[in-house]
Design a protein around this ligand. Structure first.
Ligand SMILES: *Cc1c(COP(=O)(O)O)cnc(C)c1O
Length: 374
């Protein structure tokens, strides 16, 4: 790759994870070989879980984090398949690709669901949620995506949480693309089951995902039969957290990298990371608007880590993507229902110079691909 990203070997990732990581995170992957049943490796699970619990805003006495080897969807599947009892019902709030995914996971496991479908990039209607819960006493759990990565919309978890709690139901939040970079506090926001992943705003490597929950809720799962063997949240909790030894072989090296990434997250602080991401997002949004490119969402609905923009200048996504890739910049398409829109994420270790370099490459690609329309 020839690349204009400042370093010949560096690809600038503007996709929503995996992200450009800190050199300390990359170095942690290449530590000594180790056996996951030795005390120092078993201790790592507790250390990493504790740091994640802290990032979630909870105390280590009241809450615990259960780790899974697998991408974000693995932990989502663990929660959905483990916490809704056979006679329970799940209300899914759906306003994008990932909301729909929650529903599809529940369907696979034969879980009874009620779907509130708002449409892509349409804000959640909290009155409708209130009414749905009031109308159906059989709904035991509510599932929501905090940052709907498909559209870049941030859903109002802080308002939703107290509402669900008022109805006495249990809230499951997919915080996979928000944790670490958005304001989220599982205690304040009444999130019972908070799902996250290593390789987005926590800036680790892909391969580990997790669930943070109150210990008493995790204990109570002993009475809910599991629907899967590997992703049995209760069994993994008992082995990993209660007994301090993982149920299966974890991706130990990826955990080492996540441990380093969590140290960096806690040292920076979530509020400072939110501000850093906001600065990159502002550079991206200003750069696009200067070029007459229309953004998808009104500013108050946008998360701080993604910008969805309409393709312009008669270019196709593939032309734009492939041209930028030659310069060392990776952009992202959108899922099916937002054709003609591309995404620029600003998760990870990105500098203002990365964004400036991106726009230099962007202008060159546009000039080369669509000279007649400019
Ligand atoms: C990335 C993401 C996921 C999980 O995707 P994986 O490919 O399994 O890591 C789930 N939900 C949201 C909101 C996401 O952004």
């Amino acid at each position: 790759m020839t690349g204009t990203t400042g370093r010949p070997d560096r690809v600038v990732l503007l996709n929503p994870g995996p992200v450009n990581v800190h050199d300390r995170v990359r170095a942690a992957l290449a530590g000594p070989d180790e056996c996951h049943r030795e005390p120092e490796s078993q201790a790592l699970l507790g250390t990493v879980g504790g740091k994640i619990t802290e990032v979630c805003g909870a105390g280590r006495d009241s809450h615990a984090t259960v780790l899974f080897t697998g991408s974000g969807t693995a932990a989502l599947e663990a929660v959905l398949s483990s916490v809704v009892p056979a006679d329970g019902r799940l209300l899914v709030l759906d306003n994008g690709h990932y909301g729909e995914r929650l529903l599809r996971i529940a369907d696979v496991h034969g879980i009874a669901t009620v779907r509130l479908e708002f449409g892509w990039a349409v804000p959640l209607d909290l009155d409708a949620v209130d009414q749905a819960l009031a109308a159906d006493a059989g709904i035991t759990h509510v599932a929501v995506v905090h940052h709907e990565t498909s559209t870049g919309m941030l859903n109002p978890l802080r308002e939703l949480g107290p509402l669900v709690a008022r109805h006495g139901r249990s809230l499951i939040a997919d915080a996979i693309s928000s944790l670490g970079a958005e304001d989220l506090d599982v205690v304040r926001d009444h999130v019972d089951w908070c799902v996250g992943t290593a390789n987005k705003c926590l800036e680790g490597m892909p391969g580990i995902s997790f669930v943070c929950a109150p210990r008493e809720r995790l204990e109570a799962l002993a009475h809910v039969p599991a629907r899967t063997f590997y992703f049995d949240l209760s069994a993994n909790y008992r082995a990993q957290v209660v007994k301090g030894s993982p149920q299966f072989t974890p991706a130990v090296q990826v955990l080492r990298a996540l441990d380093a990434a969590l140290d960096l997250t806690l040292a920076e602080g979530v509020a400072a990371r939110t501000a850093r991401y906001a600065a990159r997002a502002a550079e991206i949004r200003a750069g696009l608007e200067e070029r007459g490119i229309e953004l998808l969402l009104p500013p108050e609905r946008r998360a701080g880590s993604i910008t969805n923009a309409h393709l312009a200048n008669g270019m196709t996504y593939d032309e734009l993507h492939d041209g930028l890739k030659e310069h060392g910049y990776v952009i992202y398409a959108t899922q099916e229902k937002s054709a003609g829109v591309f995404r620029l994420a600003n998760m990870g270790q990105l500098t203002g110079e990365d964004i400036a370099g991106f726009f230099r490459a962007f202008d060159e690609v546009v000039a080369r691909c669509a000279p007649s329309t400019r």
